[in-house]
Each structure stands twice: as structure tokens, then as C-alpha cells.
Ligand binder design. Structure first.
Ligand SMILES: Cc1cc2nc3c(=O)[nH]c(=O)nc-3n(C[C@H](O)[C@H](O)[C@H](O)COP(=O)(O)O)c2cc1C
Length: 279
């Protein structure tokens, strides 16, 4: 395990096996602090992402998250600073939400792309939309088309309401079809979003990425997770992990799973810590 600690408290931990897949997301409204944070973790991650989409007050009250969408100079200043400071083999990316107005969204995206980001994730909801409201995936086609026309080759990753691999493939197709049918876009690019990001469904059942039906969380995922933790190949679950695993389980199994999650949490031995950074 690799542990980052401050004042005797663990701030973040990771395992080397995660590194090839690990994008470290930063919430910031300050270019210098963002760079400092990125350089702190740079040896243990594969990419740095700027959070420009979190609508929660703990982000927005300080100008972070979705509020950056309304301070584009600051947003792009942070991305440019990160791009300049982080080694070129580490991609810098951004995750945004939609702005209510289509053209405002495209203008913002053009500025973001010009900072040199390697990918752009678009959560297809506006800052004001609740997560229970259906994502506006239909707005993505114009965005993909626009970014493709900029000619930078930056991939656009769709986010919002995708719950399975099959769904992801459909979203890509659907986006393509929309481009085809919107003659006003005058596009000869038929591709939809380059990729899809899944959040809620993945927290509930990681096998949503697999080709095939979901595996049962209670009988397959949790025991596997348990043994990975016990053998030191994975970190113990956070509260969010546990709720994620428990989330989709039928009512009658909740008690059993909560007990299991607590026993995973206190189980041992695992190698702790392999490397510690004192911040
Ligand atoms: C518990 C929880 C925590 C989240 N934390 C983050 C976060 O730290 N950064 C971020 O960009 N989005 C975060 N999100 C938002 C998701 O990444 C995603 O944009 C949103 O849930 C829509 O995608 P989905 O329909 O696949 O869930 C979080 C969502 C949930 C449910």
C-alpha cells in the first residue's frame, strides 16, 4: 500500500496495481495549489483531472467544482498551469457539466481544449439538475462534433445515466446517429462519444463493465473483495465503497452485508503501509 498522511491521519491511499488505471481528480480554485497537489501524487497516478462539475456546496462555496464553469479564466488558468507543470507523459483532463445554453457550452469547451487537455468528460447535466433527472445525452452529439472539428484529436467522454457496457455502446451509437440526422451540423463525422464514464452503476456493481450479465454482488463480488483486502492486494473499503456494494442488494440481505463490510474493514493482516508520504 502507498499511504499519504498528514498529522497522523491518512489523507489518501493507493496500491501500485491501481496506477495504470488511476486518474487523480483535483478539486481546486487555485492554480498554484492545484499544481502542488498534482506534483505530490504524480509518481502514483497515470493522469490528473480537474473537477469542474461537482455541484455540492463543499466544492462550490470556494469556487471549485461546477462553479469553475462560470469562471472560465480561472478554470482554464488551472488547466494551463497543470499542463505546464506536470510531465508531458501524464495526461491532464477536465470533467465538466453542461451549461444551460448550447453556445455557451461550446465556447467554454473551445477554451478548455485550447489549454492542452488530453480528454474531456462531459456529465450531461447542468449544475442545477438533480441526479434523479434524466441526463441530457441528446446534447452530446453537437459537442462531440464541435470538438472533432477543432482538429485536436481530444476524445470526449460521455457521463450520465450509462449503467452497463451495452448501454455505453448504445450511447456511442446514438450520439453518432444524432450527428447524422442533424443536417444543420453539416458533419461528415459519424462517430459519437469516444468513451463513456460510469459512476453510480459501477459503485453498485463493478461487473457492469463486463460483457454479459451482472454478477451477483453478495456471492461473487464481496467475497473476492474480502480476500483481496486480506491478502494485501487491495485497500480496505471506504464508507462509499461499502455503501456502493450494499446499494443494489435486496432489503433482506442488508444486515448481513453491513456485517460483512465491517468485518472486511477490521480484517487483517494486510501490508500497511508499504510506503508513506508525510504531507
Ligand atoms: C457518491 C458519489 C460521489 C461522486 N464523486 C464525484 C467526484 O469526486 N468527482 C466527480 O467528478 N464526480 C463525482 N460524482 C459524480 C459522478 O462522477 C457522475 O458525474 C454522476 O454520478 C453521473 O454519472 P452516473 O449517471 O454514471 O452516476 C460522484 C457521484 C456519486 C454518486
Amino acid at each position: 500500500m502507498i499511504s499519504y498522511e498528514k498529522n497522523g491521519r491518512q489523507i489518501w491511499s493507493t496500491h501500485p496495481i491501481e496506477k495504470p488505471y488511476l486518474v487523480y481528480q483535483i478539486g481546486s480554485a487555485n492554480p498554484q495549489l492545484a499544481v502542488e497537489a498534482a506534483l505530490t501524487v504524480i509518481n502514483d497516478v497515470s493522469a490528473i483531472d480537474l473537477n469542474c462539475g461537482c455541484p455540492k456546496p463543499f466544492s462550490t462555496h470556494a469556487g471549485m467544482g461546477a462553479n469553475l464553469l462560470y469562471t472560465p479564466d480561472l478554470l482554464c488558468g488551472i488547466l494551463s498551469s497543470l499542463r505546464a507543470a506536470v510531465p508531458s507523459y501524464i495526461p491532464v483532463t477536465a470533467k465538466i457539466r453542461l451549461l444551460p445554453d448550447v453556445n455557451d457550452t461550446l465556447k467554454l469547451i473551445e477554451r478548455i481544449i485550447s489549454t492542452g487537455v488530453s480528454a474531456l468528460t462531459v456529465h450531461c447535466r447542468t449544475k442545477g439538475m438533480r441526479k434523479t433527472e434524466e441526463a441530457h445525452v441528446h446534447r452530446l452529439a453537437a459537442i462531440v462534433d464541435f470538438v472533432n472539428h477543432l482538429g485536436t484529436g481530444v476524445p470526449v467522454i460521455e457521463n450520465g445515466d450509462c449503467i452497463s457496457r451495452e448501454d455505453g455502446l448504445k450511447i456511442r451509437e446514438r450520439t453518432g446517429e444524432l450527428v447524422l440526422h442533424c443536417s444543420f451540423i453539416r458533419s461528415n463525422i459519424l462517430a459519437g462519444a469516444h468513451s463513456v464514464m460510469i459512476a453510480t452503476a459501477a459503485e453498485r456493481n463493478l461487473s457492469c463493465f463486463a460483457d454479459g450479465p451482472l454478477v451477483d454482488a453478495e456471492t461473487v463480488l464481496v467475497p473476492t473483495y474480502f480476500s483481496l483486502v486480506r491478502h494485501g492486494a487491495y485497500r480496505p473499503p471506504t464508507r462509499t465503497d461499502s455503501f456502493g456494494l450494499i446499494g443494489k442488494i435486496p432489503e433482506e440481505s442488508l444486515g448481513k452485508l453491513k456485517t460483512l463490510s465491517v468485518s472486511i474493514h477490521f480484517s487483517g493482516p494486510y501490508q500497511w503501509p508499504g510506503r508513506a508520504y508525510l504531507l
